[in-house]
Design a binder for this molecule. Structure first.
Ligand SMILES: NC(=O)c1ccc[n+]([C@@H]2O[C@H](COP(=O)([O-])OP(=O)(O)OC[C@H]3O[C@@H](n4cnc5c(N)ncnc54)[C@H](OP(=O)(O)O)[C@@H]3O)[C@@H](O)[C@H]2O)c1
Length: 280
């Protein structure tokens, strides 16, 4: 049984941050959640909400006061632009007596992650999840409106991870000994193709879903119509067309760190049937 600790979660309204908050609460810890829009953010009961912007680190001092652990994102503002303020945030965290930091890796080096890795009196853990299961929510409109998923590279393999498991690894790393200096590749328990995932969602919602394979050109057009920036499109083409080994290999981190098996895509789909079901 670990002692109750107070943790500041940044990115707390996001896909991963919400899960970090939930997993910390589940373990009986006190959670302070940072958002740029405290008036409109919704959190579970008991969460202390604080207003703050990571691009303006000197305003974060009150949010950092009295916490033992800090969960960080590496970006701020539009299009996931890397935070240039990382070194200052870490300086303030150390001054406030923060003992443990987790950082959600953003796919490449950033000033914030570099500052975290220098350690200097703080136990840091870098969380390196592969593809989130939540990315499948992008299919919700197509499934609801036309009963189809339109994707390129349908045979690509992914060890996609349940967001709750990223949250669980973060919660343990932030509150227990033994995770300092670790880089955790976080995956799900199985490797699936797009076809496997579509079948899993179809079975969860109890309807047929067609998988339409797009050519690379059709995918580019679809992403541009959806308004994705060109650098994101370039990233997707590379990640989907040429998935690195790490993205299609089960790591076992979730079970090693949390003591519980990683959640399956079938579990995720069963939890999200509403998103894939027509509302009357
Ligand atoms: N999708 C994937 O498959 C995948 C896989 C591996 C890694 N990743 C990485 O995961 C990260 C995205 O995480 P996510 O999906 O959880 O994010 P998300 O759902 O897009 O949420 C973004 C969060 O960032 C916060 N935020 C943005 N700018 C901020 C600022 N200037 N100050 C304070 N808070 C700020 C927002 O808070 P407020 O709006 O409430 O202020 C919000 O909570 C990226 O680094 C990405 O590279 C993604």
């Amino acid at each position: 049984m670990t002692q109750t600790q107070r943790i500041l979660v940044t990115g707390a309204t996001g896909t991963v941050g919400r899960q970090v908050v939930a997993e910390l609460l589940d373990r009986g810890h006190q959670v302070r959640a940072l958002t740029r829009d405290a008036a409109n953010a919704a959190f579970p009961a008991g969460v202390e909400v604080v207003q703050g912007d990571l691009t303006e680190p000197d305003g974060l001092a009150p949010a950092l006061k009295g916490i033992t652990g800090l969960h960080l994102i590496t970006f701020g503002g539009a299009a996931f632009s890397p935070l240039e303020t990382g070194p200052r945030i870490l300086e303030l965290a150390r001054a406030a007596g923060v003992r443990r930091v987790t950082v959600l890796h953003g796919g490449g080096p950033t000033p914030l992650e570099d500052a975290v890795r220098t350690g200097d009196g703080v136990d840091w853990t870098v969380l390196m999840p592969v593809e989130f299961m939540a990315n499948a929510l992008e299919w919700a409109d197509g499934i609801v409106t036309s009963g189809e998923v339109r994707e390129p590279f349908v045979d690509r393999l992914s060890a996609m991870v349940h967001e709750g498991d990223i949250g669980a690894v973060a919660a343990v790393s932030l509150t227990e000994e033994g995770h300092g200096g670790q880089e955790y590749v976080i995956t799900g328990p199985e490797v699936l193709t797009i076809g496997d995932k579509v079948k899993t969602i179809a079975s969860a919602v109890g309807r047929e879903i067609a998988l339409v394979e797009l050519t690379e050109e059709q995918a580019l057009a679809q992403w541009r119509t959806a308004g994705l920036p060109e650098d994101v499109i370039g990233f997707l083409l590379e990640a989907y067309g040429n998935t690195p080994e790490v993205g299609r290999t089960v790591s076992g981190t979730v079970e090693k760190v949390t003591g519980r098996p990683a959640r399956t895509f079938a579990q995720w789909a069963a939890e999200h049937t509403d998103a894939f079901t027509e509302r009357s």
